[in-house]
Design a protein around this ligand. Structure first.
Ligand code: GLA
Length: 749
């Protein structure tokens, strides 16, 4: 890790990569290079041309912004691509801006962004380069921040825009970064797209001329439509080979991730707060700080950048006390009981869970106010005394006395019309006085741009947390913003609403997670509607999807793993037929897929068979044994579920063991055989796989691969048999499909 300044050139070196920019003779901060390090030194004479024919205007006839790679481009001075900063001055009303390089500074720290989730300082060194650009005629300056880390190949960028002038300004857009990749159109983009119950499905497509943007306009969510991240790869790039650039945003609200390919074959990647319906008013002396964005490059394929992102999230983003802390195996009552429970039922489920070896019982929706369905009581964060007769404090202590931790569901950002809170404070609901606000799941959203609302929510949640024996909170959010307007904001600040909402939410989460550091907060938003780096700063784990079907989960967890570590992916075993897809899969397969996440159960323990209970016990025991390997190891994707063979593995950092999941999704008559090549082992070390009765060298496992057995009878009984549904239960048609197994590879020499 180093940052060097050579004249007007800036060279940022991470573990394996080099990022170069320079201020040119016109003061324009140009992007020069991002890729694998050139350790022996570079002449930098291989620059992209800056001249072009045609009718483009320019300052002198050989200088055209729109074919120059820039660091923080703006529109209006011969760059006809979309810029990342757009400012309107309130004196003349024009939007021209001319940013010129002024100065730089270096610091040995990670900058703290006040009020927003951001990268954490740790004991491991980091370095930050700040480059200041300014338009002195307008009194605008921009600090571009680049932070790098001793232990990582990631670069974190953000921008601080200052109004140094004497009149106010309007920010019309202020993205977190641009990355210009000059003169080669042969790039492909990978994005994660979906909807409720089918979140984060990967899509890969070649760039074509013009713009491709993914974004959120949901206001309070980064969204399950498009995750705030993307990958750029070359056509030849695979999981293990070739150029891959990952880019992701530490933000949970409206985002925009955009790639523009212009007709000179230059690629511009940008990411930040969505400019759509955004504006920010800056009085003289005020600043605007963009969210941080994360960049990562590797020439060793998509898998390598995923692993860099995983380690970055674990080391630098999640609350540090959870970094090495084992994730609790939990039982959540939602799919088991929905709203239909009382304290007797809860204690009985918690007792079952404790007997099964489960470590945490989570009481989901329905414990508060008058809540017996989804029509009432959001906002009334005190116990429903008809169901929980002695209150939450007493219930939590009764559950703890069974030897199992207690967790509780909240949805603090919401309000029901039928609630005491609404009767007292109807003005706290987000609405525009001209219209009747839209309902979503019979509920409305609270105006978190107002300090008093955030304070009320802090007090009501903190009161319960203080009075009870609570080790876990599930923080849910089940509707998006509509009717966006706050009666507490003046007209010229209404377009600030969604970002101010996010700042209010971050303030609330910051206070609660700092004041209750021993509580594990799990994020949730109708499943995985807010799975992003912003939320991971507060919630070390996030419920990945309301879809608990093991087959669809293969896809969801495969996509999620592109950017997010397994320790962050909330995954549960639920009952069959599955409540979202009606599919029947074996308890073994459900366990095997959930194992590659935080792991837990979401079913009525009083309704599972004695046989399945025994399997659950074994699964819980096995997860406890392998949890550290799964959560701290290196994750490799091997075969995409779309190919009908889903396969991935986790190996320990010292490569002495690995755990592999292999699933044949749909059974075929007389199927072809399939082979699993296991990456990331030591080539000349000898390994044993008890489940398959095999001993082989690492090189054999990687290069020849393992031929998966055709028949269940060829698989040995081990402690991992509780995850094995290979070729199903012979003769049982309900389990003909979805054969899967986990095998453990252990070094013996
Ligand atoms: C959302 C969550 C579920 C559950 C319900 C409760 O849908 O994603 O896991 O908590 O709310 O209402």
């Amino acid at each position: 890790m180093s940052i060097a300044i050579e004249g007007s050139r800036f060279l940022i070196r991470t573990q394996k990569n080099l990022y170069v920019m320079e201020a040119d003779e016109h003061g324009l901060l140009r992007h020069v290079y991002y890729g694998k390090d050139i350790p022996l030194g570079a002449t930098f004479e291989l620059k992209c041309p800056t001249t072009a024919f045609g009718e483009s205007p320019s300052k002198n006839r050989s200088y055209y912004h729109h074919i120059i790679a820039q660091e923080y481009p703006v529109y209006g001075r011969s760059d006809f691509r979309q810029g990342v900063l757009h400012v309107r001055n309130d004196v003349h009303g024009d939007t021209l801006l001319n940013l010129i390089y002024k100065s730089y500074s270096l610091s040995q720290k990670t900058p703290n962004i006040k009020g927003q989730p951001c990268v954490r300082n740790t004991n491991s060194p980091s370095e930050t380069l700040t480059i200041t650009l300014a338009d002195e005629s307008l009194g605008v300056s921009v600090d571009l921040l680049y932070t790098i880390f001793e232990e990582s190949d990631v670069i974190v960028r953000s921008a601080v825009i200052k109004n140094n002038g004497s009149a106010s300004l309007e920010l019309l857009s202020a993205l977190s970064l641009a990355l210009d990749i000059p003169a080669d159109k042969r790039w492909e983009m990978i994005t994660l797209n979906g909807a409720w119950a089918r979140e984060r499905k990967t899509e890969r497509f070649p760039l074509t001329y013009g713009i491709h943007a993914i974004s959120s306009t949901q206001g309070n969510s980064s969204s399950n439509f498009h995750n705030p991240a993307c990958l750029l790869v070359r056509p030849e790039t695979t999981e293990n080979y070739g150029d891959a650039i990952a880019c992701s945003l530490i933000y949970s609200g409206n985002h925009q991730t955009q790639v523009e390919l212009n007709t000179f074959d230059h690629v511009r990647l940008s990411i930040g707060i969505n400019p759509f319906d955004f504006q920010w008013h800056l009085e003289p002396g005020e600043i605007f700080q963009t969210p941080q964005a994360v960049l990562c490059y590797s020439d060793e394929g998509i898998g390598a950048v995923s692993r860099e992102m995983h380690s970055f999230v674990q080391q630098r983003l999640i609350p540090p006390q959870w970094k090495d802390h084992p994730r609790y195996i939990l039982l959540n009552n939602w799919e088991g009981t929905y709203f239909d429970f009382d304290d007797r039922k809860i204690v009985s489920m918690a007792k079952d869970a404790a007997d099964l070896g489960i470590e945490l019982f989570v009481l989901d929706d329905g414990w508060f106010g008058q809540r017996n369905d989804d029509k009432t009581s959001l906002g009334d964060w005190f116990p429903n005394m008809e169901k929980i007769k002695s209150g939450i404090g007493d219930l939590s202590r009764r559950v703890s006395a069974l030897g199992i931790k207690f967790g509780l569901w909240f949805e603090p950002e919401m309000i029901s019309e039928d609630s005491e809170l609404f009767r007292k404070h109807p003005e706290w609901r987000i609405e525009c006085p001209r219209y009747k606000p839209c309902q979503g799941r019979n509920q409305y959203v609270l105006d978190l741009t107002r300090e008093e609302v955030v304070d009320y929510l802090y007090d009501s949640v903190a009161t319960i947390l203080k009075d009870s024996d609570i080790s876990y909170v599930k923080w849910d959010k089940n509707r998006n913003l509509t009717d966006i307007m706050s009666i507490a904001l003046p007209p010229q600040r209404q377009k600030e609403f969604t970002h101010r909402y996010m700042l209010g939410l971050y303030r609330l989460l910051d206070r609660l997670t700092s004041d209750f550091p021993h509580i594990l907060f799990e994020g949730c938003a109708s499943g995985g509607n807010r799975f992003d780096l912003g939320m991971l700063y507060y919630h070390p784990q996030i419920w990945a999807s309301d879809n608990t079907d093991a087959v669809q989960r293969l896809d969801i967890q495969w996509g999620t793993s592109m950017f997010y570590p397994l320790a962050s992916i909330g995954s549960h075993v639920s009952a069959i037929p599955n409540h979202q897809t009606s599919r029947h899969t074996s308890i073994q397969l459900r366990g095997a897929v959930a194992m590659f996440g935080t792991f837990g159960y979401e079913l009525d323990t009083e309704k599972i068979s004695i046989e399945d209970k025994e399997i659950v016990k074994q699964q819980v025991k096995a997860f406890k044994k392998y949890r550290q390997l799964i959560h701290q190891g290196e994750f490799h994707r091997i075969s995409d579920p779309d190919t009908n063979i889903a396969c991935w593995n986790v190996s320990s950092l010292d490569k002495s063991e690995a755990l592999v999941l292999a699933v044949r999704v749909i059974t075929q008559g007389n199927p072809g055989s399939f082979n699993v090549r296991v990456p990331n082992l030591i080539p000349d070390a000898l390994y044993r796989i008890d489940e398959l009765g095999i001993t082989a060298y690492g090189a054999e496992l990687a290069q020849m691969g393992i031929w998966m057995p055709m028949l269940r009878s060829q698989i040995k009984e081990t402690e991992l048999s509780c995850f094995c549904s290979w070729t199903a239960k012979e003769g049982d048609p309900s389990f003909a499909d979805f054969s899967g197994m986990i095998f453990h590879i252990i070094r013996i020499k």
